[in-house]
Design a protein around this ligand. Structure first.
Ligand code: 13P
Length: 287
Protein backbone atom coordinates (compact mmCIF):
# COMPACT_ATOMS: atom_id res chain seq x y z
CA UNK A 1 0.00 0.00 0.00
CA UNK A 2 1.24 3.47 -0.82
CA UNK A 3 2.02 5.62 2.21
CA UNK A 4 2.33 9.33 2.83
CA UNK A 5 5.95 10.51 2.96
CA UNK A 6 5.45 12.08 6.40
CA UNK A 7 6.57 9.27 8.65
CA UNK A 8 9.58 8.23 6.56
CA UNK A 9 10.81 11.82 6.39
CA UNK A 10 10.25 12.55 10.08
CA UNK A 11 12.34 9.46 10.86
CA UNK A 12 14.99 10.49 8.32
CA UNK A 13 15.30 13.98 9.77
CA UNK A 14 15.64 12.59 13.30
CA UNK A 15 18.08 9.88 12.18
CA UNK A 16 20.21 12.21 10.02
CA UNK A 17 19.82 10.43 6.71
CA UNK A 18 17.81 11.20 3.56
CA UNK A 19 15.17 9.32 1.60
CA UNK A 20 15.70 9.32 -2.16
CA UNK A 21 13.03 10.50 -4.55
CA UNK A 22 13.62 8.83 -7.89
CA UNK A 23 11.56 10.02 -10.83
CA UNK A 24 9.81 7.43 -12.97
CA UNK A 25 9.12 7.44 -16.70
CA UNK A 26 7.81 3.97 -17.46
CA UNK A 27 7.29 0.46 -16.14
CA UNK A 28 10.96 -0.55 -16.25
CA UNK A 29 12.04 2.51 -14.28
CA UNK A 30 9.39 1.91 -11.62
CA UNK A 31 10.12 -1.79 -11.28
CA UNK A 32 13.89 -1.19 -10.97
CA UNK A 33 13.45 1.40 -8.23
CA UNK A 34 10.94 -0.65 -6.23
CA UNK A 35 13.03 -3.84 -6.42
CA UNK A 36 16.15 -1.99 -5.30
CA UNK A 37 14.37 -0.35 -2.37
CA UNK A 38 13.05 -3.74 -1.28
CA UNK A 39 16.43 -5.42 -1.66
CA UNK A 40 18.13 -2.72 0.41
CA UNK A 41 15.28 -2.44 2.91
CA UNK A 42 15.04 1.29 2.24
CA UNK A 43 12.04 3.63 2.16
CA UNK A 44 11.60 5.29 -1.23
CA UNK A 45 9.65 8.03 -2.98
CA UNK A 46 8.62 7.64 -6.62
CA UNK A 47 8.52 11.07 -8.28
CA UNK A 48 6.27 11.85 -11.24
CA UNK A 49 6.60 15.10 -13.16
CA UNK A 50 3.53 16.41 -14.97
CA UNK A 51 5.23 15.62 -18.29
CA UNK A 52 5.96 12.04 -17.23
CA UNK A 53 2.38 11.83 -16.01
CA UNK A 54 1.08 12.67 -19.49
CA UNK A 55 3.56 10.26 -21.09
CA UNK A 56 2.42 7.39 -18.87
CA UNK A 57 -1.24 7.94 -19.85
CA UNK A 58 -2.26 10.03 -16.86
CA UNK A 59 -2.17 9.84 -13.08
CA UNK A 60 -4.78 7.09 -12.73
CA UNK A 61 -2.72 4.77 -14.95
CA UNK A 62 0.33 5.42 -12.78
CA UNK A 63 -1.52 4.77 -9.54
CA UNK A 64 -2.84 1.50 -11.00
CA UNK A 65 0.61 0.44 -12.22
CA UNK A 66 2.38 1.25 -8.96
CA UNK A 67 -0.26 -0.33 -6.73
CA UNK A 68 -0.18 -3.44 -8.91
CA UNK A 69 3.60 -3.66 -8.61
CA UNK A 70 3.56 -3.24 -4.83
CA UNK A 71 1.32 -6.28 -4.63
CA UNK A 72 2.81 -8.47 -7.38
CA UNK A 73 6.45 -7.76 -6.43
CA UNK A 74 5.60 -8.13 -2.72
CA UNK A 75 7.07 -4.78 -1.81
CA UNK A 76 6.89 -4.24 1.94
CA UNK A 77 9.16 -1.18 2.40
CA UNK A 78 7.41 2.22 2.68
CA UNK A 79 6.73 3.69 -0.79
CA UNK A 80 5.24 7.12 -1.47
CA UNK A 81 3.97 8.12 -4.92
CA UNK A 82 4.67 11.82 -5.25
CA UNK A 83 3.85 14.50 -7.82
CA UNK A 84 7.05 16.41 -8.63
CA UNK A 85 6.85 20.18 -9.28
CA UNK A 86 3.08 20.13 -9.52
CA UNK A 87 0.89 22.97 -10.62
CA UNK A 88 -2.15 23.71 -8.48
CA UNK A 89 -4.39 21.84 -10.95
CA UNK A 90 -1.91 18.96 -11.22
CA UNK A 91 -1.83 18.58 -7.44
CA UNK A 92 -5.63 18.42 -7.31
CA UNK A 93 -5.68 15.79 -10.08
CA UNK A 94 -3.09 13.62 -8.28
CA UNK A 95 -4.91 13.84 -4.96
CA UNK A 96 -8.05 12.72 -6.79
CA UNK A 97 -6.22 9.90 -8.63
CA UNK A 98 -4.77 8.29 -5.48
CA UNK A 99 -1.22 9.66 -5.15
CA UNK A 100 0.02 9.50 -1.55
CA UNK A 101 2.07 12.69 -1.79
CA UNK A 102 2.18 15.88 -3.88
CA UNK A 103 4.47 18.80 -4.44
CA UNK A 104 2.92 22.14 -5.16
CA UNK A 105 5.57 24.30 -6.78
CA UNK A 106 4.31 27.82 -6.22
CA UNK A 107 7.82 29.29 -6.28
CA UNK A 108 7.10 31.28 -9.45
CA UNK A 109 4.11 33.06 -7.85
CA UNK A 110 4.48 36.12 -5.64
CA UNK A 111 4.91 34.80 -2.07
CA UNK A 112 1.34 35.85 -1.10
CA UNK A 113 -0.17 33.75 -3.88
CA UNK A 114 2.19 30.83 -3.15
CA UNK A 115 1.00 31.00 0.49
CA UNK A 116 -2.72 31.18 -0.44
CA UNK A 117 -2.59 28.22 -2.82
CA UNK A 118 -0.35 26.15 -0.54
CA UNK A 119 -2.75 26.77 2.38
CA UNK A 120 -5.68 25.46 0.39
CA UNK A 121 -3.80 22.33 -0.69
CA UNK A 122 -2.47 21.66 2.84
CA UNK A 123 -6.07 21.54 4.09
CA UNK A 124 -7.09 19.08 1.39
CA UNK A 125 -4.01 16.88 1.87
CA UNK A 126 -4.51 16.78 5.64
CA UNK A 127 -8.08 15.60 5.17
CA UNK A 128 -6.85 12.76 2.96
CA UNK A 129 -3.66 11.85 4.89
CA UNK A 130 -1.45 12.84 1.95
CA UNK A 131 1.95 14.49 2.40
CA UNK A 132 2.65 17.82 0.70
CA UNK A 133 5.87 19.52 -0.36
CA UNK A 134 6.10 23.24 -0.98
CA UNK A 135 8.87 25.19 -2.66
CA UNK A 136 10.43 28.54 -1.85
CA UNK A 137 13.11 30.04 -4.06
CA UNK A 138 13.23 28.49 -7.50
CA UNK A 139 15.50 25.56 -8.26
CA UNK A 140 17.66 26.34 -11.27
CA UNK A 141 17.96 24.55 -14.54
CA UNK A 142 15.29 23.07 -16.76
CA UNK A 143 13.00 20.23 -15.89
CA UNK A 144 10.20 19.19 -18.17
CA UNK A 145 9.95 22.69 -19.62
CA UNK A 146 9.96 24.38 -16.20
CA UNK A 147 12.97 26.69 -16.07
CA UNK A 148 14.26 28.18 -12.81
CA UNK A 149 17.18 30.51 -12.19
CA UNK A 150 18.63 28.74 -9.12
CA UNK A 151 18.22 31.41 -6.49
CA UNK A 152 18.76 31.01 -2.77
CA UNK A 153 15.54 31.03 -0.76
CA UNK A 154 14.79 33.69 1.85
CA UNK A 155 14.83 31.91 5.27
CA UNK A 156 11.94 34.09 6.54
CA UNK A 157 9.80 33.11 3.56
CA UNK A 158 10.73 29.47 4.25
CA UNK A 159 9.50 29.84 7.81
CA UNK A 160 6.26 31.42 6.59
CA UNK A 161 5.57 28.51 4.21
CA UNK A 162 6.73 25.83 6.69
CA UNK A 163 4.25 27.24 9.22
CA UNK A 164 1.37 26.56 6.83
CA UNK A 165 1.60 22.90 7.84
CA UNK A 166 3.38 21.43 4.83
CA UNK A 167 5.11 18.07 5.35
CA UNK A 168 8.39 19.01 3.70
CA UNK A 169 9.97 22.08 2.21
CA UNK A 170 12.10 22.44 -0.91
CA UNK A 171 14.26 25.53 -0.59
CA UNK A 172 16.61 26.79 -3.27
CA UNK A 173 20.22 26.78 -2.01
CA UNK A 174 22.02 27.18 -5.33
CA UNK A 175 21.01 23.69 -6.53
CA UNK A 176 19.88 23.14 -10.10
CA UNK A 177 18.23 20.38 -12.11
CA UNK A 178 20.24 18.47 -14.67
CA UNK A 179 24.00 18.56 -15.00
CA UNK A 180 25.90 21.19 -13.04
CA UNK A 181 27.96 23.64 -15.11
CA UNK A 182 31.74 23.71 -14.62
CA UNK A 183 31.54 27.13 -13.00
CA UNK A 184 28.84 26.12 -10.47
CA UNK A 185 29.41 27.86 -7.13
CA UNK A 186 28.25 24.83 -5.07
CA UNK A 187 25.49 24.61 -2.48
CA UNK A 188 25.01 27.55 -0.14
CA UNK A 189 25.35 25.93 3.27
CA UNK A 190 24.93 29.28 5.02
CA UNK A 191 21.49 29.57 3.44
CA UNK A 192 20.64 25.96 4.35
CA UNK A 193 21.78 26.48 7.92
CA UNK A 194 19.70 29.66 8.26
CA UNK A 195 16.63 27.88 6.82
CA UNK A 196 17.01 24.93 9.17
CA UNK A 197 17.40 27.28 12.17
CA UNK A 198 14.10 28.96 11.26
CA UNK A 199 12.15 25.84 10.33
CA UNK A 200 13.26 23.45 13.10
CA UNK A 201 12.00 19.89 12.59
CA UNK A 202 10.69 20.47 9.07
CA UNK A 203 12.25 17.93 6.64
CA UNK A 204 14.07 19.89 3.94
CA UNK A 205 14.23 18.72 0.34
CA UNK A 206 17.22 18.96 -1.97
CA UNK A 207 16.27 18.98 -5.64
CA UNK A 208 18.79 18.49 -8.41
CA UNK A 209 20.48 15.51 -6.75
CA UNK A 210 22.36 14.56 -9.93
CA UNK A 211 26.03 15.51 -9.89
CA UNK A 212 26.31 16.99 -6.40
CA UNK A 213 29.61 15.76 -4.87
CA UNK A 214 29.22 13.18 -2.07
CA UNK A 215 30.73 15.46 0.60
CA UNK A 216 28.21 18.21 -0.20
CA UNK A 217 25.36 15.68 -0.02
CA UNK A 218 26.54 14.54 3.40
CA UNK A 219 26.92 18.08 4.68
CA UNK A 220 23.42 18.95 3.39
CA UNK A 221 22.00 15.94 5.26
CA UNK A 222 23.79 17.03 8.44
CA UNK A 223 22.08 20.44 8.06
CA UNK A 224 18.54 19.07 7.84
CA UNK A 225 18.04 17.75 4.29
CA UNK A 226 15.95 14.56 4.58
CA UNK A 227 14.76 14.05 1.00
CA UNK A 228 16.94 14.20 -2.10
CA UNK A 229 15.54 14.13 -5.63
CA UNK A 230 17.33 12.30 -8.42
CA UNK A 231 16.19 12.19 -12.02
CA UNK A 232 18.86 13.04 -14.60
CA UNK A 233 21.34 10.49 -13.26
CA UNK A 234 18.88 7.62 -13.85
CA UNK A 235 18.14 8.98 -17.33
CA UNK A 236 21.85 9.14 -18.19
CA UNK A 237 22.47 5.64 -16.82
CA UNK A 238 19.55 4.24 -18.81
CA UNK A 239 20.64 5.97 -22.00
CA UNK A 240 24.27 4.92 -21.71
CA UNK A 241 23.47 1.26 -21.00
CA UNK A 242 20.99 1.08 -23.89
CA UNK A 243 23.42 2.79 -26.28
CA UNK A 244 26.23 0.35 -25.42
CA UNK A 245 23.89 -2.61 -25.88
CA UNK A 246 22.84 -1.42 -29.32
CA UNK A 247 26.36 -0.44 -30.38
CA UNK A 248 27.56 -3.94 -29.50
CA UNK A 249 24.84 -5.29 -31.80
CA UNK A 250 23.33 -7.29 -28.96
CA UNK A 251 19.83 -6.12 -29.79
CA UNK A 252 20.10 -8.07 -33.06
CA UNK A 253 21.15 -11.33 -31.44
CA UNK A 254 18.69 -14.17 -30.93
CA UNK A 255 15.18 -13.22 -31.93
CA UNK A 256 16.42 -9.67 -32.41
CA UNK A 257 13.09 -8.01 -31.82
CA UNK A 258 12.46 -8.52 -28.14
CA UNK A 259 11.76 -5.17 -26.41
CA UNK A 260 12.21 -6.81 -23.02
CA UNK A 261 15.82 -7.62 -23.85
CA UNK A 262 16.45 -4.17 -25.30
CA UNK A 263 15.26 -2.45 -22.13
CA UNK A 264 16.96 -4.82 -19.66
CA UNK A 265 20.45 -3.21 -19.58
CA UNK A 266 18.89 0.23 -18.93
CA UNK A 267 16.74 -1.19 -16.15
CA UNK A 268 19.84 -2.77 -14.55
CA UNK A 269 21.71 0.52 -14.84
CA UNK A 270 18.90 2.27 -12.97
CA UNK A 271 19.07 -0.34 -10.21
CA UNK A 272 22.81 0.31 -9.83
CA UNK A 273 22.27 4.10 -9.72
CA UNK A 274 19.49 3.84 -7.14
CA UNK A 275 21.60 1.52 -4.97
CA UNK A 276 24.55 3.92 -5.06
CA UNK A 277 22.32 6.85 -4.07
CA UNK A 278 20.55 4.99 -1.26
CA UNK A 279 23.94 4.05 0.18
CA UNK A 280 25.16 7.64 -0.07
CA UNK A 281 21.95 9.05 1.45
CA UNK A 282 22.12 6.55 4.34
CA UNK A 283 18.61 5.12 3.86
CA UNK A 284 19.70 1.47 3.49
CA UNK A 285 18.16 -0.70 6.22
CA UNK A 286 15.89 2.16 7.40
CA UNK A 287 12.55 0.77 6.17
P1 13P B 1 18.11 16.03 -11.26
O1 13P B 1 17.43 15.78 -12.58
O2 13P B 1 19.14 17.06 -11.34
O3 13P B 1 18.58 14.75 -10.64
O4 13P B 1 16.98 16.64 -10.29
C1 13P B 1 15.83 15.90 -10.00
C2 13P B 1 14.82 16.70 -9.29
O5 13P B 1 15.14 17.60 -8.54
C3 13P B 1 13.41 16.36 -9.48
O6 13P B 1 12.58 17.27 -8.87
Amino acid sequence: MLVSAKEMLTKAKAGKYAVGQFNINNLEWTKSILLTAQELNSPVILGVSEGAGKYMCGYKTIVGMVNGMLEELKITVPVALHLDHGSYEGALACIEAGFSSVMFDGSHYPIEENVAKTTELVKLCNEKGISIEAEVGSIGGEEDGVVGAGECADPDECKMVADLGVTMLAAGIGNIHGKYPDNWAGLSFDTLDAIQQKTGDMPLVLHGGTGIPADMIQKAISLGVSKINVNTECQLAFQEATRKYIEAGKDLEGKGFDPRKLLAPGADAIKATVKEKMELFGSVGKA
